[in-house]
Design a protein around this ligand. Structure first.
Ligand code: NDP
Ligand code: 8X3
Length: 250
């Protein structure tokens, strides 16, 4: 059985991915800061597969490396890495944006993804196999008003994804990204710092993607034959045509 490590497994896309990959019989290493949520998910999914949990903040470089180093033998071979942890913090014009929000987005979405990757890629190189799925965003393909630094962080993920694929090609490691449009998760609650009414408004008047929609695609990607590497996917709800074009009359 293969083992998948998923960052950001406490909520949204990462949690759905954990549940769907368990149904596909992948053993799981589930990561996130909220240990209570990780434990609940572990209790549920360990009825069908082996599950190990690691609680760390992806911003804390030393914590990332020591968590991955602490993996017991049964989980030391990581076949699939889903680099999913991330969020937007704020939605403000560049002239009034908060430096703390900018730090959070660059530190989590870009540097955190790099730290986790750095802790795992050498193992994949040594074992001569591995598959990395980077969760980007339509914000990594387009820039929209007030998206500035979040878009920059996701453009960085897009570039890192391409760079990883090129560099790891000689080692036979598959690398690909999935770039969702609007998915109803806790994403907007985080972006708007707990203003749940404003968060709910983001998903009103049309049928947004669900986290299961993206998790299903991740399961499809990681269950293709070895010769198939799905390198880059943009996924919108049908109502969405670009970062800024949304049809609420369907
Ligand atoms: P959620 O807010 O529901 O989930 C975010 C996950 O990231 C949580 O599990 C959270 O865990 C984890 N996370 C956030 N900060 C940290 C941190 N500092 N250290 C460790 N883990 C962290 O949002 P989504 O499921 O929507 O987001 C998942 C990914 O999908 C993100 O990369 C996001 O940018 C991307 N995305 C989302 C879209 C959407 O519309 N929802 C569209 C396009 C891309 P915890 O708080 O427990 O640490
Ligand atoms: C999340 C989707 O449109 O808010 O990455 O950037 S969006």
């Amino acid at each position: 059985m293969k083992t998948a490590l998923i960052t950001g497994a406490t909520s949204g896309i990462g949690k759905s991915t954990a549940i769907i990959l368990a149904k596909h019989k992948f053993n799981l290493i589930l990561c996130g800061r909220r240990q209570d949520r990780l434990k609940t998910l572990q209790n549920e999914l360990s009825k069908i597969v082996k599950v190990h949990i690691l609680s760390f903040d992806v911003r804390e470089k030393d914590a990332v490396f020591s968590a991955i180093e602490s993996l017991p033998d049964a989980f030391s071979q990581i076949d699939i890495l889903v680099n999913n942890a991330g969020n937007a913090h704020g939605l403000d014009p560049i002239q009034t944006g908060s430096v703390e929000d900018w730090d959070a987005m660059m530190d989590i979405n870009v540097k955190g993804l790099l730290y986790v990757s750095k802790a795992i890629i050498p193992k994949m190189v040594a074992q001569k196999s591995g598959h990395i799925i980077n969760i980007g965003s339509i914000a990594g393909k387009e820039v929209y008003p007030n998206g500035n630094v979040y878009c920059a962080s996701k453009h960085a993920v897009d570039a890192i994804n391409q760079g990883m694929r090129i560099d790891l090609n000689q080692h036979g490691i598959r690398v690909g990204a999935i770039h969702p449009g609007l998915v109803e998760t806790e994403f907007s609650n985080v972006r708007f710092k707990g203003d749940d009414q404003r968060a709910d408004n983001v998903y009103e008047g049309y049928d947004p993607l669900t986290p299961d929609d993206i998790a299903d695609i991740i399961a499809f990607v990681v269950t293709r034959p070895y010769r198939v590497n799905i390198a880059d996917l943009i996924v919108f709800p049908t109502a969405q045509a670009s970062a800024t074009v949304l049809n609420k009359s369907l």
